[in-house]
Design a protein around this ligand. Sequence first.
Ligand code: FES
Length: 172
Amino acid sequence: MNKISLKDEILAKARKELDKDILDFINESLQKEHPESFLIAVLHKVQEKYGYLSKDHLQAVAYLMNIPAAKVSGVASFYHLFHLKPKGKFVVSVCLGTACFVKGAEKLAKKFKEELGVDLGQTTTDGRFTLVNTRCLGMCAMAPVVKVAEDIHSKVTPDQVPALLEKYSQKS
Ligand code: FES
């Protein structure tokens, strides 16, 4: 097998990892003056589509954008908004924006960590919950705010955390 066909094979494999819309977006960015400046936007699109960024996704993006794989992985792991593992059934987002922080969101996040036995950005071993922090959810008057899946919970106190999680433990 010569060098060119090996490269073609790798690119073909990379294309199979990603959805057509993402491939189109990558192709468009490759026409621009600084294609690498679209890396974060591409990673957002991949995460939006698949829920997280797998090693294969990152490798595919690296090949198709002609950016070193180490750089793509570095960017993906640097930004806390990117998930490198599949998310749990319910994503618990604790707002750590200023208003929520002032109203005790840090203690709330600590309680969620204790109850779930995971750190921020991690998923429980049963795959049910992923705990993340988020910036302002635009509901500062109801601080501290926690979003679970699509539900907003306001003025949450640490002692309400076990019951709140229990509610979602029972949900199918
Ligand atoms: S700071 Fe939490 S909702 Fe605005």
